[in-house]
Design a protein around this ligand. Structure first.
Ligand SMILES: [Zn+2]
Length: 295
């Protein structure tokens, strides 16, 4: 934690987060600490641009086992070159029943989907029942990626992105009206040390820097008197198209994630404000956070 300086004060906060933490899920990989990209805004090194990453990337070796994160039914299997997930290569989707349904964007969520992309081999078929921890695939480098990893996602209620729903308004999934990908660590858990720090530089531009240890890749919401960004609900974020979602200039703030890889010890976001904020509050997916008041 950075030492407090006289011109701001800090207090821990706890807010209702919307999605209850889900119990009973396991890891999809043997080494879940090997994360190269967290969920949410990032600098996409392989394409030298910012993008909103709607999953988590776990790196490893070709052929490493991939496990079903919970009991469920294989919903879809797509091969390399498929048109539904053209960048995902060999893609596996498993559907799971939610033990205690909850509301998200006003809709009752009774099922969720886990998605596994860039696979080398898929060992199960659509319609098959799988158990939690079952070896269902092998890690690979299929689709558009330059390194061996699993891109893992959790989607709530539907697999259809909001962009797809808008383009196919007569499909059943268009009734959802939200982008279904949420932070996978709500489900598969993982380490949580709460080691985050906030620092700031007086402007202009007024820069607030958020940094978290790589055991704390859980940031969900940035709230200030100027505006609010929620990565799970996409509040404050235009999720109607991928291009809009990948633009981190929100007018009141420019969000600048720094490059992150398997080697970084810290995840760092720079927030460049056009006007100085009165406060900034960072809250994680579990509802824990830190608030800074600026005087
Ligand atoms: Zn990814």
């Amino acid at each position: 934690m950075l030492a407090a300086t006289p011109d701001f004060s800090e207090s821990p906060v706890r807010v209702h987060n919307g999605i209850p933490r889900q119990e009973g899920f396991g890891y999809p990989v043997v080494r879940p600490e090997r994360i190269t990209s967290p969920f949410g805004p990032r600098w996409k090194s392989t394409e030298e641009r910012y993008d909103f990453h709607r999953g988590i990337d776990f790196y490893g070796q070709i052929g490493e086992p991939i496990f079903a994160v919970a009991e469920g039914e294989v919903f879809r299997v797509y091969g390399e070159g498929n048109r539904v997930y053209p960048n995902g290569g060999n893609t596996l989707i498993i559907r799971h029943d939610v033990v205690t349904p909850f509301n998200f964007h006003g809709k009752a969520i009774g099922k969720i989907y886990s998605l596994y992309l860039h696979l080398d081999k898929i060992l199960v078929e659509a319609g098959e029942q799988v158990c939690k921890g079952q070896h269902v695939a092998a890690m690979g480098q299929s689709g558009s990626t330059r390194f061996t990893h699993l891109h893992f996602e959790i989607r709530l209620g539907t697999t259809c992105s909001l962009e797809y729903q808008r383009q196919h308004s007569r499909k059943v999934c268009a009734a959802y009206g939200f982008d279904p990908h949420v932070h996978p660590l709500l489900f598969i858990d993982g380490p949580h040390q709460g080691r985050i720090a906030i620092s700031h530089q007086p402007g202009p531009p007024y820069v607030v820097t958020y940094s978290a240890s790589r055991a704390d890749l859980h940031l969900n919401e940035i709230a200030t008197d100027k505006g609010l960004l929620n990565f799970n609900t996409r509040e404050g974020i235009d999720a109607t198209s991928t291009a809009a979602m990948d633009d981190f200039d929100f007018g009141w703030v420019c969000l600048r994630p720094e490059r992150f890889s398997g080697r970084n010890k810290l995840l760092v976001y720079r927030l460049e404000f056009s006007e100085p904020p009165a406060f900034v509050q960072f809250t994680d997916i579990f509802g824990d956070g830190l608030r800074r008041e600026f005087h």
